[in-house]
Write a protein that binds this ligand. Structure first.
Ligand code: 5AD
Ligand code: SF4
Length: 463
């Protein structure tokens, strides 16, 4: 009998890492690893890392410091403890990770996680360390077991499905083209099969993931290429799949057929994360974004014409090298003009090896911090205004899990906000009409819209 080994995976960064973590957990199941929820309970810890901004990598190294102590304690008890670093820090730093943190046994890039069992076995048998950060010729997706996990992050009523990886756009600030490599799209039939399996496991919403997901151009079974719009239309026919989302997109890849899909495909949610990064043409050009602010406006106009209630989200970088006060004010003006329902803002961080890191006019940290605060305040006021605009309205909520309060469920609106609602457990996984009663910055609350008021029994029976 094999003794079950316990695995703890900690995920940093984007949703694609969340998806990869679920897949790594699945790949290790056949050799006896079972997921646990803290490093203290584990025999193996994988840090699935992010390299997009400075702090992300720093956090990994401080976590590795803590794990070194844990490994020493285990060694004193005569027990083995394995540490792996996966993801984009692993890809970018390779051997350097083991030099800086000797506690690490395995280093593997995002394209290599199908090789984990073999790497783990090698370290267990022979000791020493293994580093695997080349881009293998075979696709990891061809070597992964079928999905079995539910209830882990990124798997459940709302599940993630990576359809595209890498990026060919080379924005000057970004490490993704170097850590994740060239853009590769998975074939349509493979994605459809995975989506069906996720629905069979209970998924009602699938978020299609890719570093530049709207550049998707996977092949159909007849060998012809399919756009993201074609893929979405096909997935929308899967029985039981009620909601489809996709993230993250580059404005230049916002094609007409995808905009039309927002009008025509009911399952495609009225929400779009379309990063603009800056409201200044000068900065957009310097970033190699290859479009103007006016182009962005036009895409938004078309999207709103196709789907008038579409909620928009964006990423912003403040303090890009050479950003003047007037450039920054142009960003604030664009924020006011578009009125984003959701947004993420980042202080520019020079990433080693990217063209922007070599520019002479890097801004002082005080300037970047002050601009970030001003932008955040502005974004928050728009987010709150959007959420408040939903108060009194009836919206469809897909319930995903129980809430903290008794007899409360938590679900999401079509626009992506979390909603807390007194409701019976039987509604988990069901799209239900909810009247929004209150709105804060990060969540909403409401009541079931059903005309029959639920009785105490209705709650008691199933909650
Ligand atoms: N500095 C700050 N933010 C960055 N992003 C990407 N690279 C950097 C960087 N060097 C942000 C962008 C991107 C998001 C995922 O992270 O806004 O859209
Ligand atoms: Fe990075 Fe996105 Fe630009 Fe690609 S499109 S280089 S992932 S910011």
């Amino acid at each position: 009998m094999t003794v079950p080994k316990r695995l703890f995976v900690k995920t940093y960064g984007c949703q694609m890492n969340v998806y990869d973590s679920a897949r790594m957990t699945e790949v290790l199941a056949p050799i006896g690893y079972e997921p646990v929820s803290t490093p203290d309970e584990a025999d193996m810890v994988i840090l699935n890392t992010c390299h997009i901004r400075e702090k992300a990598a720093e956090k990994v190294y401080s976590e590795l410091g803590r794990l070194a102590l844990l490994k020493r304690e285990r060694a004193a008890e005569g027990r083995k403890f394995m540490v792996a670093v996966a993801g984009c820090v692993a890809q970018a730093e390779g051997e350097e990770v083991r030099r800086r943190a000797p506690v690490v046994d395995l280093v593997l890039g995002p394209q290599a996680y199908h090789r984990l069992p073999e790497m783990v076995t090698r370290v267990t048998r022979a000791g020493g360390g293994v580093v695997q950060t080349d881009f293998p010729v075979e696709s990891k997706f061809d070597h992964l077991p079928e999905e079995t996990l539910t209830g882990v992050e990124g798997r459940g009523i709302s599940s993630f499905l990576t359809i595209q990886e890498g990026c060919d756009r080379f924005c000057t600030f970004c490490v993704v083209p170097y850590t994740r490599g060239a853009e590769v799209s998975r074939p349509v039939s493979e994605i459809e099969a995975e989506a069906r399996r996720l629905v069979a496991l209970g998924a009602r919403e699938i978020t299609l993931l890719g570093q530049n997901v709207n550049a998707y151009h996977g092949l159909l079974p007849d060998g012809s290429p399919a756009s993201l719009a074609v893929l979405v239309e096909r997935l929308a026919t899967i029985d039981g799949l009620q909601r489809i989302r996709y993230t993250t997109s580059h404005p230049l890849d916002m094609r007409e057929d995808l905009i039309a899909a927002h009008r025509d495909v009911e399952a495609l949610m009225p929400f779009l994360h379309l990063p603009v990064q800056s409201g200044s043409d000068r900065i957009l050009a310097a970033m190699n974004r290859r479009h103007t602010v006016d182009d962005y406006r036009r895409w938004i106009d078309k999207l709103r014409a196709a789907r008038p209630d579409i909620a928009l989200s964006s990423d912003f970088i403040v303090g890009y090298p050479g950003e003047r006060e007037t450039d920054f004010e142009a960003t604030l003006a664009l924020v006011d003009e578009i009125g984003f329902a959701q947004a993420y803002s980042f202080k520019y961080s020079a990433r080693p090896g990217t063209p922007a890191a070599a520019l002479p006019d890097q801004l002082a940290d005080e300037v970047r911090t002050a601009r970030l605060e001003r932008l955040n305040d502005r974004l928050k006021s728009h987010m709150l205004a959007f959420n408040r605009g939903l108060v009194g309205r009836t919206v469809d909520v897909l319930f995903e899990r129980v809430g903290r309060r008794e007899a409360q469920l938590v679900g999401r609106t079509p626009y992506g906000q979390w909603v807390h609602v007194p409701a019976p457990r039987a509604l988990i996984g069901v799209v239900t009409s909810v009247v929004i009663e209150d709105a804060a910055l990060n969540s909403l609350s409401g009541r079931l819209a059903s005309s029959i008021a639920p009785t105490a029994d209705f709650f008691g029976a199933r909650a």
